[in-house]
Design a protein around this ligand. Structure first.
Ligand SMILES: Cc1cc2nc3c(=O)[nH]c(=O)nc-3n(C[C@H](O)[C@H](O)[C@H](O)COP(=O)(O)O)c2cc1C
Length: 300
């Protein structure tokens, strides 16, 4: 067995590295064989197509990226018709990220996707507004996260990963609710709220004014979230937030992550995930440690 194979829910990964939802598409297949990744994660798919927000939708800041893409995607029908068959060509796990505006819609999506072959897991993006709860994001309310996870658990046997938002008081509490309701794993963190202002025009740089902040600046925030959640739950964690090197990935693994994802880093180095896969393997060999013993091995 390779030193870095993992089990994540019902999935077996050949290595512990994937890509963060929305930062990586099938066009990367022109650069490398995507089967080399431990898993592929799609951008978030919604029940209906979304054109996303108006530009400017991306702003670079000193140490991170602001985006307000607004979940642009072709919708579930078109995803199933044109993208799913393409994703299935790669010999790796496929995690489909989904979002909806009510629990019922989420359930309908999972049931529909479950009728199609080739999907290994669902990543539930709970950072979106819940129309049944005054538009407050699903992921900020522990009881809603519990109910949503419970309903989804009843609807699918596949690996269910709840992707947590950091924009909450206690991410560990939300994580515990997802675990109790039957989630197989957790992904964290989604973006933090951020903003930038053009001092010449005195206008916000993003058309949407406020966006999601990602990249190197958020790494320490993501790391402490992963550490706290790992202390609170026993289901596996897929960590993301500013990972841009092997060393970054190792920090998350030592803090308690079973798997890691590169997000914003894909825009800087589209082949960076391959370096990270190899780097983790070398670290395990050099330090004579089995990967599973590295996970959560932090010495406090
Ligand atoms: C341009 C862009 C688009 C994103 N789209 C999604 C998305 O569709 N669904 C989702 O769950 N997260 C989305 N995210 C959040 C990332 O998946 C990830 O959680 C976050 O960026 C933190 O990781 P990073 O710092 O490595 O980018 C997006 C991030 C960026 C930068």
């Amino acid at each position: 067995m390779s030193r870095c194979e993992i089990n994540f829910g019902k999935m077996k990964w050949k290595n512990p590295v994937t890509v963060a939802s929305g930062t990586f598409g099938l066009e990367y297949a022109e650069l490398f064989d995507l089967s080399q990744l431990g898993a592929l994660t799609t951008k978030t798919i919604t029940p209906l197509p979304k054109t996303g927000n108006e530009p400017q939708r991306i702003v670079e800041t000193e140490a991170g990226l602001l985006n307000s893409i607004g979940l642009q995607n072709p919708g579930i029908e078109e995803f199933i018709r044109s993208e799913l068959p393409e994703y299935r060509k790669f010999a790796t796990n496929l995690i489909v990220s989904i979002s909806a505006s009510s629990i019922q819609e989420f359930v309908k999506m999972v049931k529909k996707l479950d009728t199609r072959p080739g999907i290994d897991a669902y990543e539930i993006n709970v950072s979106c507004p819940n129309v049944e709860n005054e538009g407050i994001a699903f992921g900020t309310d522990p009881d809603i996260v519990f109910k949503l996870t419970q309903q989804l658990r009843k609807s699918t046997q596949k690996t269910l990963i709840i992707k947590l938002t950091p924009n909450v008081t206690s991410i560990a509490d939300i994580a515990k609710h997802a675990e109790k309701a039957g989630a197989d794993g957790l992904a964290l963190i989604n973006t933090l709220y951020g903003m930038a202002v053009d001092v010449n025009t005195r206008k916000p740089k993003l058309h949407n004014i406020i966006g999601g902040y990602s990249g190197p600046a958020i790494k320490p925030i993501a790391l402490q979230s992963v550490y706290k959640v790992a202390q609170a739950v026993s289901i596996p964690i897929l960590a993301m937030g500013g990972i841009a090197s092997t060393n970054d990935a190792l920090e998350f693994i030592i803090a308690g992550a079973t798997a890691v994802a590169a997000g914003t880093y894909n825009f800087i180095n589209p082949l960076g995930t391959l370096d990270i896969i190899q780097g983790i393997q070398y670290y395990c060999i050099d330090n004579n440690v089995e990967y599973k013993n590295l996970v959560g091995s932090i010495q406090t």
